[in-house]
Design a protein around this ligand. Structure first.
Ligand SMILES: NC(=O)c1ccc[n+]([C@@H]2O[C@H](COP(=O)([O-])OP(=O)(O)OC[C@H]3O[C@@H](n4cnc5c(N)ncnc54)[C@H](O)[C@@H]3O)[C@@H](O)[C@H]2O)c1
Length: 336
């Protein structure tokens, strides 16, 4: 007998909930149905409520109101600014609700480690959607099958003209000086991608960060990662580069890979024959396809919360490196 669709509560109806999460869930109608939306901003919860056909009585202002309702929810998807995320994740987990949380789960690694300790693996997962990008997936496949030899050098360099614009009660939270700026918002993704592509943890970090003025968030992050296996990764992100070229490359002993973006290919040099045609879907759809299958089977889903803790520890090392002008070892959360 086929299982009923997963009943999802969308907690946070801001920009990426509208552009990433809602379309992905709507693309998988047999697997999931959004049964409730939550947002402090009435206009946002009504916008997403209409798009997802949620009756007005199931559009809530807070998670407390959601939890007070008797209607069952199988999965809460938390899509909030990072500084507002921990209290909501904790409330949901303590209320017995399984949580899929947008990255990062908090600003700091210690707080993320505390949250990770609140739930077993099949109750809490992280959105590390870049691992579901077509180019990243193809790169992983090439690294497994093509005989490229030892990975030496990754360039994960994507500078943008500005930040991803938010919506709702605090649309400019990315520019607040307390949030990590483009280091936490964008470099975060490339740290877990580098970890996956190299198959090796980051052991030390050398970084330079810049901000437009003393009161604004970091808008240039240049970060060099030393992996345990000797590979080096250059991560560059910025919010002040109107015409930057994206450079996403993996260089190994016997060849190189070039990644061409979400829904794009990964080219291999020297060419290893025609690339296999793969179904191409946005990273969020691929992520949800896997998450919903796992949730329906009662299995662990999405990225383990511990991987978020590890990325935040690397980003903290980057901040310390930039402050002190030296290479800094990555210290696991709680060990400092
Ligand atoms: N994985 C990715 O590729 C990706 C892309 C964009 C954003 N994100 C992440 O998604 C999260 C949201 O980003 P965004 O750009 O959509 O932000 P946003 O500001 O557009 O949306 C946040 C929404 O949450 C609402 N809100 C704030 N506090 C709340 C609370 N306590 N209870 C209920 N609602 C509350 C706001 O009104 C707003 O509508 C961030 O953590 C960001 O890092 C991830």
């Amino acid at each position: 007998m086929s299982r009923p669709p997963v009943r999802v509560a969308l907690v946070g109806c801001g920009a990426i909930a509208e552009l990433g999460h809602a379309p992905a869930i709507l693309a998988l109608p047999d697997d999931a149905v959004v049964s409730a939306v939550v947002d402090l901003a009435p206009a946002r919860r009504d916008l997403l409520g209409e798009a997802l056909s949620i009756v007005p009585s199931r559009r809530y202002g807070t998670v407390d109101a959601l939890l007070a309702d008797d209607e069952p929810v199988d999965l809460a998807v938390v899509v909030l600014p990072p500084e507002r995320t921990p209290v909501v994740v904790e409330r949901l987990l303590r209320g017995g609700v399984r949580v899929l949380c947008e990255k990062p789960m908090s600003i700091g690694a210690d707080e993320a480690a505390r949250l990770a300790g609140l739930a077993p693996r099949d109750r809490l997962g992280l959105v590390h959607n870049y691992l579901h990008r077509s180019d990243v997936r193809q790169a992983m496949q090439h690294l497994r099958t093509a005989e490229l030899g030892r990975i030496r050098f990754l360039r994960l360099e994507q500078a943008d003209s500005g930040h991803f614009p938010g919506a709702g009660v605090s649309p400019h939270w990315r520019r607040h000086n307390t949030g990590g700026g483009c280091l936490t918002d964008n470099a975060y993704h490339w740290v877990y991608v580098a970890r996956e592509l190299t198959g090796s943890p980051v052991v030390q970090v050398t970084a330079r960060l810049a901000r437009p003025d003393a009161t604004s968030a970091v808008d240039i992050a240049m970060v060099l990662l030393d992996h345990e296996n000797g590979a080096l990764t250059s991560v560059q992100t910025a919010w002040c580069a109107p015409r930057a070229q994206r450079v996403l490359e993996v260089h190994a002993e016997h060849g190189s890979l070039r990644l061409e973006g979400d829904c794009g290919p990964c080219e291999v040099f020297p060419a290893a024959g025609p690339t296999q045609a793969q179904p191409v879907e946005p990273s969020y759809t691929g992520l949800y396809r896997e998450v919903l299958a796992a949730v329906r089977a009662g299995e662990p889903f999405a990225a383990p919360a511990d991987t978020c803790v590890d990325v935040l520890a690397v980003l903290q090392a980057a901040e310390l490196s930039a402050r002190q002008g030296r290479t800094v070892p990555v210290v696991p959360a709680g060990a400092a």
